[in-house]
Design a binder for this molecule. Structure first.
Ligand SMILES: Nc1nc2c(c(=O)[nH]1)N[C@H]1C(S)=C(S)[C@@H](COP(=O)(O)O)O[C@H]1N2
Ligand SMILES: [Mo]
Length: 335
């Protein structure tokens, strides 16, 4: 983001890998059917898969998530009309600065991330603070597959079938106090396994934040998987956030702490460059980044010499669902 990226030189495999969404959904449906009734075995196999993902060299896929019994969501049917980004692109073109600032770095370097054991600490203004083991988080609510766009402020976007459940399920369970207005997400900062933690590009740990009502919005996804499988490490295993109407950087990876606060939390990119990255960071084609336009985007996996850029949509296409959250706010001021 602050860094000049090498977007121009990056090679993407072309469309042969793209699955027709209808076929894709049908396949998901079959997987779901297969999964029905075996949910009990889910946790054991999750552990096995995590172990496998940990020992496998980068590049191999972490394994199926079908046993987690997820369902395809109806929330974002419009997006399912778009082509799903090839897995290879979504898992090799990443921003995860703890593993390097080049898009290709995380896929190469993130194999050192230890995703098990893992827990997420709930802190701050809640009735029920405490530590959640990943295994318990996985069981908290049924998983859904949601095909969401993810748009980076750098001007590229993807369409990814994420797997998880609404963060609201967890928020309700821990019972925020009346004084809680914001939610802060703290991600892992382990210099032993994350080679770029300690570099001066950002303040570590990488933190992000949402207003409580944004965190409670059903679209906000606590995410454990993608493409029907465990999240690859470079995509933020074992648990990350996906906030589909905001720029990608609001979607913190490898979360270890969720803190409920009264004051608006500081966020990693805002601390790094306050004039460029605000707290809200809603996808908004009408508010340019100080150094470049936000009006259009390049869909990863689609680029070629003659591919036209896409028009960026207000709230990344989720205006009907989330516009009300910002009614009356000056979105140029609260960028
Ligand atoms: N911990 C952490 N989370 C992070 C980042 C990061 O550098 N560190 N980068 C963010 C940015 S800028 C984007 S665009 C998305 C990218 O997610 P993806 O690699 O799965 O596409 O992750 C976000 N979450
Ligand atoms: Mo980003």
């Amino acid at each position: 983001m602050l860094i000049k990226t090498r977007n121009q030189g990056f090679q993407h495999p072309v469309s042969s890998e793209i699955t027709n969404p209808a076929v894709y959904l049908e396949r998901r449906h079959i997987l779901k059917q297969l999964a029905t009734g075996v949910a009990g075995a889910a946790m054991a196999s999750w552990a096995a898969r995590q172990a496998m993902a940990q020992s496998s060299p980068w590049g191999s896929r972490p394994g199926k998530l079908a046993a987690l019994n997820f369902q395809t969501s109806k929330v974002d049917a419009a997006v399912t009309m778009e082509k799903v980004t090839p897995y290879k692109d979504a898992s090799t073109y990443n921003n995860f600065y703890e593993f390097g600032t080049d898009k290709a770095d995380p896929a190469v370097n993130a194999h050192t991330l230890k995703t098990s054991p893992w827990s997420v600490e709930i802190e701050g203004l809640v009735k029920k603070p405490g530590k959640w083991a990943l295994e318990d988080l996985l069981k908290l609510s049924p998983m859904e597959e949601r095909i969401y766009r993810l748009r980076c402020v750098e001007g590229w976007s993807m369409v990814v079938p994420w797997v998880g459940y609404s963060l609201a399920e967890l928020v309700k369970r821990v019972e925020p106090l009346g004084s809680a207005k914001y939610v802060e997400f703290v991600t892992l900062a382990d210099p032993k396994t994350m080679p770029f933690v300690g570099s001066r590009v950002l303040e570590w740990p990488y933190v992000e934040g949402l207003r409580l009502d944004e965190a409670m919005h059903p679209l906000t996804l606590l995410t454990f998987g993608m493409y029907g499988e465990v999240l690859p490490k470079q995509n933020g295993a074992p648990v990350r956030l996906i906030v589909p109407w905001k720029y990608g950087f609001k979607s913190g990876k490898s979360i270890v702490k969720i803190r409920f606060t009264e004051k608006q939390p500081g966020t990693a990119w805002n601390k790094a460059a306050a004039n460029e990255y605000g707290f809200y960071s809603n996808v908004n084609p009408n508010v340019d980044h100080p150094r470049w336009s936000q009006a259009t985007e390049r869909r990863i996996g689609e680029d070629g010499l003659f591919t036209k850029k896409r028009k960026t949509l207000m709230f990344n296409g989720y205006e009907a669902q989330v516009g009300q959250l910002y009614a009356g706010m000056d979105l140029k001021k609260f960028y």
